[in-house]
Structure formats: C-alpha cells, structure tokens
Design a binder for this molecule. Structure first.
Ligand code: ADP
Ligand code: MG
Length: 731
C-alpha cells in the first residue's frame, strides 16, 4: 500500500502546479487575495487546496483551519473531492469532503470542503461572516457563471470585515487579469502547462482528407428543414454571430481544395449538428486510428441522447466489446458520472459524448481525440423583449481552444472541428459572462434575501454590471409575481422562492401547490419542465409520436398530459414493464426516471424549508382537482400568457411582447383548432423564424384573474376560503 502512496506522491510531484507550491503558499500568506492561473490539467484543482491544507497541518493549525473550495458544478465538487481523498490515501468524509445540493459527504474533522458556489451562497444566507472559515478557494472563476460572479462581489465586500480570511481564485489562463484588477491588483501566479502537440482539422481539412461528401439531405436541422444555401435564408432573422458566420463563409477562398470539397462546403449547414459526419468520423477513428479515448462535444442533453441512440444502432460503435459509449452532462446522477473516469479494457475504446462541462473542469483520462461541434446550448437573454432563449449558439475562440486542448493531455492528440476555419476566425474571443446574458430574477431574490441593500446598487459593484434594463425587468417581474413588494422588500413568497434552488416561476408552482394541496401533480410538472422533454418526436415517425402523445391529451394542457403519462409510467414501472410502456408511448425512459428522482429531490427541499411537513411522504397520488392544478400552473407561469382567438375556422394566438405566435408541433394544443378557453399559459418559447410556444395549458378568465399575478402568501388561507366557493362556480 505504501508503494501505491509513493507512486501517487511521485505523480503529484510531476504536475506543473507542484513546482509552484512554495510561491503559491508564500503569496497566500502575504496577500488576502491571490489569483492562480494555469492550463487545464496543470494541477490547480487537485493540488492547490491540498497545499493549503498540508501547510496548515504543518503549522499546527490543522485542527482549526477550514478551507472551502467552490466548484461551478455538482459533478466537479464530488469527483474532485473523491480524487483528492484517493491521492491522500484517505476515505472521503475524513479530512476532505463535499457538499452539494441535497447530498454530501463530510465529517466533523473535515477541513477541506468542496461545494458548489450555490451551496456557499446559501450558507452566506445564514452565516454572513463565514465564521470559522479560514480560506475560500473559488475554482474555475473564468467561467463567469452567475453564482460565481455574485459570490465574487459578496466576497469582495466581506474581506475588509474578515482581515484574516484568505481568498484564492483559480482560473484557466484566459482572463485572469480581470480578477486581479477587480481585487485591487491582487497578485497573479501563472502555472506553466504541459501540452502535447495536437493535430487540428477544420471542416475543409476533414472533407479533403476523408473524401466525405456533404449533401443537403444528410444535414437536417432541428426544425426539420432541409438546408439549402440560398439567398432567402439570409433574410431570416439572425443573431449577430450567426450573420458574421455567414459573412465569413461568403468570403472564404477554397480554390486550392478539390471540387468535391468545394461543393460540400457550399452545402454545409451551419444550423445543424451533423450526426452523420460525427458517426463517420467516430467509425473512422475506431477502425484506423491509434488507441485512445474520444471526446465529442455536443450542445446539450437532447442531442447527446439522440446521438447516443444513433450510435448504439451502429455495427461497430454499438458493439460493447469494442466501444464503451458514455455521456457526460450536468444532469446525470453521480454514479453515472463516475463511469467516465473509469479505465477501459484493452481493445475497447472509450467514447464520451459531453456538453461543455467537459471543457475545463473535468479530466477524462486517456483522451487522444476530440470532435468539436462548435456549439453550446447557451442561455441568452433579450432584455428588450424580456425573453430568455436557450438555443445552441457558436462558442468563443477561447472555448474552441479549450476543447482542442482536451486531446493533447496524455500523448499527441487530434482534434476535429466540424466547421470551417473561417467560421472559427469569426467567433468572439470570449464568451459574454452569464450575468450579462440571463434574466436576473433569481439573482435579485438572493441579493434581497442576503440583505445586501438595493438591487441596482449592489449590481453596480459587480465585476461587470448588467444592463440597467435587464435589472429593471427582473425587479418588475418579481413585483408582478408577488415576490417583492412595492418597496422592493422580499414578501413571504419571495422568501420561499429565494430558498428554492430553481427558477422563481417553478418555485412558485411548488409553493402554491403545497399551499393549495395539490402538490403531487405539480411535483411531476415542475420536474418535467426541468428535464429533457419526455415526449420523444423522432423525425422519421413524427406523426406516430404525436398520435402517441395525443392519447394523454387532457384538458388542453401539455402539463396535464405529462402528469397522465408519468402516472401511467409509474404504474407500469411497478409491474416492471416501465420500459415497454415508454417504448409503446414514445416516452423517454431516462426522462421518466429523471422526473422520478427530481420529484424526490423537490420533496426534500420543500421539507427542509418547512413548506411540507416531515411525515408527508405520499400525497393523494392519482386523484387531484384538475382545475386547481390548472390554477397553480397559471400562478407560476404568469406572465407567460398568450391570448386565444378563433376567427373563421382558424386560431390566432398572440402574446403582448411578440404579437402573433405559433404552437410547437409537439404541443397537444397544436392538434386542436378549437381551444375552449380564452388564454394559454406557457413555460417556454423559442425564437426560430417565428416565436413558438413549446408547451401550454389553457386557462379561463377567472383563473387568470385570480391566479395570474401577485397573490400574497400571507393571506393564502383567507384566499382559499374565499376561493372555496368560487371554484365550482367559475371553473
Ligand atoms: P487543473 O485543475 O489545473 O485543470 P487538475 O488538478 O484537475 O488540473 O488535474 C491535474 C492532473 O491530475 C490531471 O492532469 C490528471 O492527470 C490528474 N487527475 C485529475 N483528476 C483525476 C482523476 N479523477 N483520475 C485520475 N487522474 C486525475
Ligand atoms: Mg481545474
């Protein structure tokens, strides 16, 4: 065992971070804030927290030190703490532990605690000064997540009150200076990296060297349109970056390439992720490439799952004796996540389909190949229309470089970018920080519940201040739904919403569902809105899939349809035929299972904030008042409202911000040309060429009147008494 320990020590000493150990510790002892920057893999995450821990132990402060290291994601908090415990030859939960939402592994002697930024923020709610904490390490600050940016501002204001507290910021090499200037010129320690050369192919090189031919019909985009590069498409509304991509393509010169490559490039569809090409490349590597794992960067859960299904049907890629096919995204369970770190047998190739969470924070060993689709699903936010959008968009140069860098870790690597070099050249240098491109509702609630003073005042002291229109929109929204009062103070509802780790609208549904005693279906609905759409719609058999969903259609509501589908699955699952049920009804078994576990998670959060009592474990499961559920959905989704007008056998739908809108073809309401209600409330709309409502529930005038807007939870009881009589009458 000690030789194992010796080996581990040798490994640790070989990491570039180890050579900077003294410089790092020295700087931390002299400065309250230190920034450490280095290439992925140099040992920041696994070594720096250990340096601090060991130095505290050596200075006889081992029993009193308390080091908190934040990670942007649960998966990294868990996997990093586990890795460090292994490096130290300890069990997790002794010196080193972790705490993420609803899960944790820590003991009373835990000195080094890994947690998500959200967990530290919630701790600050009850412990403003971080009493007893000696060091806060914030990892991956370059990602500029909203929690991380928020935490930076809170920490900056806390530091003068806690002069002995140390703050260490760790960042990839991309933007360390901005942190240094925010913290009054704090020192930056650069750790040099080890990288092997990476042979890089852009789309034109891939086409030229493989002879793969792109045609209009092997590239079909999400909305089922076959791509043709023609003049009309340039009239479509396009985002900034998309149009710069178009421009780049127009002026690129490919005359030195073969005719076939040139023709292919003309057909290239920038709006689709080309599954066929990915499959072809994977197969090519498996058959002809040197040994080593392959990491494929996709945009999100949905295309990862679809690609996985496609590959599983492939004769080589789907053969478990030759390929270990894994996925890596933010919403996987911890046991699933662990699989990606495991070693594979000789002769088996590991293929990991990942979102951008594999870009900077996770080390997957033995990677030699990277395939990069060039996109990430990004929350963006249109402050003018007050519309959040979650659409795949082009990544930044920095991200593309990070992705490429994942391949040259253990030996010389190869990277395939599925877009032409001229498109890469048109990428933005950096991605905008999240705080500048998402709605600020949750953030504003947290500022209020942390008593940080006026919302706009606090945000003006942030690392980068969001647009004042975005701040104003968020405050207006929170007032509208009753989370803030006229003076911007937190209401009782607002207090609950601040404690719930989800969007305020989903939080409000749970709160109202708990108060109005119809939590069971609401748990399913909120969980269903959080996971990938459980109703599958494979392109080739779209009609069949839609017909399958229509069986669950109920009360002109996608949300009620989901409740039916889930309850049916639950019954089938108990008879152990859950899978068959999903298969028959075009439902995703993964989503159903995810809903099941999210429901349990939500229940324990609601218990922890005492919205439901501890004993409540089963609710009156299969019976609920449909109209009450409708009312609760309305209370959460308001002001996402669209008016329904029937005119000469056609249906006209309008929202205040967008004017005319359409229903997504998957919505149960899209099948009905007569919706006997004047309103639809919806959770999500997407902008493509027109605005589509993805899901909707029909509501009556009185439901909208009574439940849209700000019901004060303080008088919910009175409200309920009053409503008691109204229910039957109105709805
Ligand atoms: P950084 O934070 O600078 O990107 P890390 O500290 O995460 O680097 O990783 C340093 C090195 O430790 C990696 O290059 C890898 O070789 C090794 N390593 C990290 N995590 C694991 C793990 N879970 N399993 C095996 N090796 C790991
Ligand atoms: Mg790291």
């Amino acid at each position: 065992k000690s030789s194992e320990g010796q080996k581990m020590l040798e490994f640790r000493r070989s990491l570039p971070a180890y050579k900077e150990k003294d410089a790092i510790l020295n700087s931390i002892s002299k400065n309250q804030v230190v920034i450490i920057s280095g290439e992925t893999g140099c040992g920041k995450t696994t070594q720096v927290p250990q340096f601090i821990l060991e130095s505290e132990i050596n200075s006889m402060r081992g029993a009193t030190c308390s080091i908190i290291c934040t990670q942007p994601r649960r998966i990294s908090a868990m996997s990093v703490s586990e890795r460090i415990a292994i490096e130290r030859g300890e069990k997790l939960g002794e010196n080193v532990g972790y705490k993420v939402r609803l899960e944790g592994m820590k003991g009373k002697n835990t000195r080094l605690l890994f947690c998500t930024s959200g967990v530290l923020l919630r701790r600050l709610l009850v412990d403003r000064d971080l009493k007893g904490v000696t060091h806060v390490i914030m990892d991956e600050v370059h990602e500029r997540g909203i929690d991380e940016d928020f935490l930076l501002t809170v920490m900056k204001e806390l530091l003068p009150c806690r002069p002995e507290l140390r703050l260490v910021l760790m960042s990839a090499t991309i933007n360390a200076e901005i942190f240094s200037s925010y913290f009054n010129g704090a020192p930056v320690i650069q750790i040099p990296g080890i990288t092997h050369p990476v042979r890089t192919y852009f789309l034109e090189n891939i086409l030229e060297s493989t002879g793969y031919r792109l045609t209009a019909d092997n590239q079909i985009d999400d909305y089922g349109q076959v791509w043709k590069l023609n003049k009309q498409t340039s009239n479509k509304r396009k985002s900034h970056i998309a149009s710069s991509v178009e421009e780049a393509l127009g002026s690129a010169d490919y005359s030195e390439y073969s005719q076939q490559t040139q023709d292919s490039l003309l057909c290239w569809n920038p709006n689709c992720i080309n599954f066929n090409l990915i499959e072809y490349l994977l197969c090519n590597i498996c058959e002809n490439g040197k040994p080593g794992g392959i990491l494929v960067f996709m945009t999100g859960w949905d295309d990862i799952i679809s690609l996985k299904e496609k590959l599983q049907a492939h004769s080589v890629l789907g053969d478990p004796n030759r390929v270990l096919l894994l996925t890596c995204h933010g919403s996987m369970s911890s046991s699933e996540q662990r699989l990606i770190f495991e070693k594979v047998d000789d002769g088996v190739r590991k293929i990991v389909l990942a979102t951008n969470i594999a870009e900077t924070s996770i080390t997957i060993d033995d990677l030699v190949f990277v395939i990069d689709c060039g996109k990430a699903k990004e929350a963006s936010y249109d402050a003018l229309n007050n519309t959040p959008c979650l659409l795949p968009s082009w990544i930044s140069k920095v991200s593309a470089k990070q992705r490429r860098g994942r391949s040259g870790r253990v030996q010389p690597g190869e990277c395939y970018h599925l877009y032409p070099q001229c498109v890469y050249d048109s990428f933005a240098d950096f991605q905008l920080p999240k705080i500048l491109r998402t709605p600020l509702q949750s953030l504003c609630l947290q500022i209020k519940s942390l008593n940080l003073g006026s919302i706009s005042g606090f945000l003006s002291r942030a690392l980068q201040s969001p647009d004042s229109l975005a701040v104003q929109n968020a405050v207006e929204y929170l007032k509208l739904i009753g989370a803030l009062d006229e003076k911007e103070n937190l209401t009782i509802l607002g207090g609950y919403l601040a404690m719930l780790p989800m969007e305020p609208k989903h939080g409000k549904m749970l709160v109202m569902g708990a108060f109005l005693n119809c939590l069971d279906p609401i748990l399913t609905i909120v969980a269903g809105l959080t996971v990938r759409d459980p109703f599958l719609a494979p392109l080739e058999i779209k009609e069949l899939a839609q017909a399958a969903k229509a069986q669950f259609s109920h009360g002109f509501s996608d949300h009620l349809a989901l409740v039916r589908a889930y309850n049916g699955w639950k019954v089938a699952e108990r008879k152990r035929i859950g899978h068959k049920y999903c298969w028959k009804n075009f439902l995703s078994p993964q989503s159903m299972k995810a809903i099941d576990s999210l429901r349990r998670e939500f229940q324990s959060v609601l218990k922890s904030i005492r919205l439901i009592d501890n004993k409540a474990s089963s609710y009156n499961t299969y019976s609920y008042d449909e109209n009450l559920v409708r009312a609760v959905i309305c209370s959460g989704l308001y002001p996402g409202v669209c008016s329904v007008v029937h005119k000469d056998n056609s249906l006209s739908l309008k929202t205040m911000e967008d004017g005319q809108v359409s229903l997504h073809s998957k919505s149960v309401n899209a099948r009905d040309f007569k919706i006997p209600y004047p309103w639809l409330v919806f959770n999500k709309k997407v902008k493509v060429n027109s605005v589509y409502l993805q899901d909707s529930t029909a509501v009556s005038d009185s439901t909208l009147l009574l439940f849209g807007g700000s019901i004060s939870i303080g008088d919910v009881e009175g409200h309920m008494k009053m409503l008691g009589g109204y229910f039957e009458f109105f709805m």
